[in-house]
Design a protein around this ligand. Structure first.
Ligand code: HDD
Length: 692
């Protein structure tokens, strides 16, 4: 039999917020999904105190039922992502080029939601693998939602959507073993690549530092495909879209990216969240490249081929507006997970091109949203819903949340003649119109011969990089191909690579210590295109340390003035300062005052920061000599080519970490570190790493 006295004691245990307190404070009462208030959220209903749980416990049943169904299928690609709200502001109207509402008036703003992602990894995978990054923006315009669903690399692996499932199957964890996670360094990926020479241009980008960005805030975005603009006179122009980050382009080093994965798998998500949370709103310029049929006809590549780009030197970038991300999501699932991007979401004034990759995408995304979000009514989820009026005769379906009044759910109808609402009607005024493009020919499955040159732009990309960047690309090839177990795959990659550059392929083969195989037959003669400086990160460095993060390593006895000066200088430069000490409880400064710190040394290796400053006391420095985390903190910063500021007391640490003095090791004016936190000392690299 139940012991009522015992039961009441257990039920009355403190729960943080008691019912009366909740009511007095105006806190909402806990209810079921159907609005019935719940008195006890700790105990299920049982037949007696040691008895079985009763079937009638609808509160328990509903809670567990809902929990069991919390997950929805993750995205097939781009599963791992982070997002934020913001706005787009038109800075340079272009009504002469397009009737798109957002480009008509200077200062005109529309809200938007952006989502950045990796491609290959699953939803819970790390943020910093070597991978392409998704760069998707949903503009909620007054003429409908426009989704620009791009990447941080301006070209793609394949030319035709027909190959997309194969590409993704090849890069995802291998079918039998289920690994590796979020990595391209494995047999099936490189097997596919070696058999698809069209991927070589994209592969050069994927092996470059573009694929290991420092932050979502510091990468470019590209619409990749050629699109069309249409103006009010029905004039048509080709257009390519580019996002340029105000903080400049910046990447990590490979060894750094690997270590960040362990130290903080959420590195990019946290970075974006914290920047917005602290009011440092990330910003990008939106620029367009405009060209016409004539220009397209005279290029040595096809502008409808997504494995090709148009160098900025050939068609200048015209800035039309800016995107500012100024609000973090309130609920990751409701917003970042449920946001559904559709390349088919275009607005009047913007139209597709016949790029066969884009054409395939136009099918794919609608399908995937239904399978992920479970209903054709996914557009009613708040993050996906247009912010402009929306009327049609589509009805019902699973999870219908709109109540459509009236008798008619068809068009045409004549209910107005009976005095009833006839519902919406098509209108030519400002409506979406497809560009009138003439086409003729024979129905076929064939790739145009203008898509045949797979190597010339790959070569152009390679030779547009600095020596250090080329070395990084070679090192990435060596790393990835060293993980490949099938010898014939390695050889086939090298034989294809010889078409990009014999010297470069030789360099990689030396790194692998294997003989260079015969050159793969290219479909057409490889050409030498002029170098394009805009393709290099190092040739277009960020202009200031704004938005970067510096760590100051402190110990008991650290000088108060030193810390205060660092704090002030960081604030002035717009640099985030994190104080790191051996223990999270903080330190006692030289003056005896207590100093709170932001992180514990063991959990905050220097890979998480753009530069470091060492300001221990003499006694503190001696103690740190016995701490591997402290030595690693210094030696990693040095080998990752970062600026190091070190006060006199910390010289012993530099010595123990084998740091050699150079222009980026500041032992006198340690505050100088703050001005160069966005830079890396490339000249140091040949001395400390096995660059090829
Ligand atoms: Fe895709 C998601 C970008 C080719 C099929 N893609 C997805 C996302 C981005 C891109 C950024 C994530 C959007 C988000 O944050 O939710 N995809 C690209 C780019 C491509 C590209 C720049 C080539 C230029 N994609 C591509 C092809 C196909 C797909 C050729 C299929 C034929 N992509 C998908 C998808 C995804 C997707 C399976 C997965 C989740 C989703 O759509 O919403 O439908």
């Amino acid at each position: 039999m139940s012991d009522n006295t015992k039961n009441s004691i257990i039920n009355d245990q403190p729960r943080g917020k008691g019912d009366e307190v909740q009511q007095k404070n105006g806190t909402a009462t806990l209810t079921t999904n159907h609005g019935v208030s719940i008195s006890d959220n700790q105990n299920s209903l049982r037949s007696h105190d040691h008895g079985p749980t009763l079937l009638e416990d609808f509160v328990l049943r509903e809670k567990i039922f809902h929990f069991d169904h919390e997950r929805i299928p993750e995205r097939i690609v781009h599963a791992r992502g982070s997002g934020a709200h913001g706005y787009f502001e038109c800075t340079n109207p272009i009504p002469e080029l397009t009737m798109a509402s957002i480009f008509q008036k200077k200062g005109h703003k529309v809200p938007l939601f952006a989502r950045f992602s990796t491609v290959a990894g699953e939803k819970g995978s790390k943020d910093t693998p070597r991978d392409v990054r998704g760069f998707a923006v949903k503009f909620y315009t007054e003429t409908g939602n426009w989704d620009l669903v791009g990447n941080n690399i301006p070209v793609f692996f394949i030319q035709d959507a027909m190959k997309f499932p194969d590409l993704i199957h090849a890069v995802k964890p291998e079918a039998d073993r289920g690994f590796p996670q979020a990595a391209s360094a494995h047999d099936t990926f490189w097997d596919f690549i070696s058999l698809m020479p069209e991927s070589m241009h994209m592969i050069m980008w994927a092996m470059s530092d573009r694929a290991i960005p420092r932050s979502y805030r510091m990468m470019e975005g590209f619409g990749v495909h050629t699109f069309r603009f249409i103006n009010n006179q029905n004039d048509i122009k080709f257009v390519k879209f580019h996002w340029r980050p105000l903080l400049g382009l910046q990447s990590t080093l490979w060894d750094e990216a690997v270590k960040i994965s362990g130290a903080d798998p959420d590195y990019h998500r946290r970075d974006l969240w914290e920047a917005i949370h602290s009011g440092n709103f990330p910003e990008w310029e939106l620029a367009v490249q405009i060209f016409d049929e004539d220009f397209a006809n005279y290029q040595e590549y096809d502008v409808l081929d997504a494995t090709k780009l148009i160098p900025e030197e050939d068609v200048v970038l015209q800035v039309v507006g800016r995107m500012v991300l100024d609000r973090n999501p309130e609920n990751h699932f409701a917003e970042v997970e449920q946001v559904a991007f559709l390349p088919t979401n275009v607005i009047p004034g913007i139209d597709f091109s016949e790029d066969p990759l884009l054409q395939g995408r136009l099918f794919s995304y609608l399908d995937t949203q239904k399978s992920r979000l479970g209903t054709t009514n996914f557009h009613q989820i708040p993050i996906n819903a247009p912010r402009c009026p929306m009327h049609n005769f589509q009805r019902d379906g699973m999870m219908q949340t709109h109540l459509h009044p009236g008798r008619a759910s068809y068009e045409p109808n004549s209910l107005d003649e009976a005095g009833e609402d006839q519902g919406p009607r098509p209108s030519t005024h400002g409506a979406f119109t497809t560009a009138n493009i003439k086409g003729e020919g024979v129905k076929l499955r064939l790739r145009s011969s203008s898509f045949a040159d797979h190597y010339s732009q790959a070569r152009q990309f390679l030779f547009s990089q600095t020596e250090a960047e080329q070395n990084h690309i070679a090192a990435a090839f060596v790393f990835e191909l060293s993980k490949v177990e099938l010898t014939h795959v390695r050889l086939r990659v090298l034989s294809s690579l010889r078409n990009v550059s014999d010297d470069f392929a030789k360099k990689v083969s030396i790194g692998l210590n294997i003989d260079l195989p015969k050159k793969m037959q290219a479909l057409v003669q490889v050409k030498d295109f002029p170098v394009s400086d805009k393709l290099s990160i190092h040739k277009n460095p960020p202009i200031s340390s704004k938005g970067r993060c510096i760590a100051a390593l402190v110990t008991d006895g650290t000088d108060d003035d030193e810390i205060n000066n660092i704090k002030m200088a960081c604030k002035k430069a717009g640099v985030v300062l994190k104080l790191i000490a051996s223990k999270i409880g903080g330190i006692e400064l030289k003056s005896g005052a207590h100093l709170n710190v932001d992180g514990q040394l063991a959990g905050n290796p220097s890979v998480l920061f753009d530069a470091i400053i060492l300001v221990p006391s003499a006694k503190g420095a001696e103690a740190l000599l016995k701490d591997a985390a402290a030595i690693g903190f210094v030696s990693d910063a040095y080998s990752h080519l970062k600026a190091i500021g070190a006060n006199t007391q910390s010289q012993v640490l530099l010595k123990k970490a084998n740091v050699e003095n150079d222009d980026f090791v500041y032992v006198k004016q340690i505050l100088s570190v703050i001005e160069v936190a966005h830079q890396r000392m490339w000249a140091r690299e040949p001395f400390i790493s096995m660059v090829i």
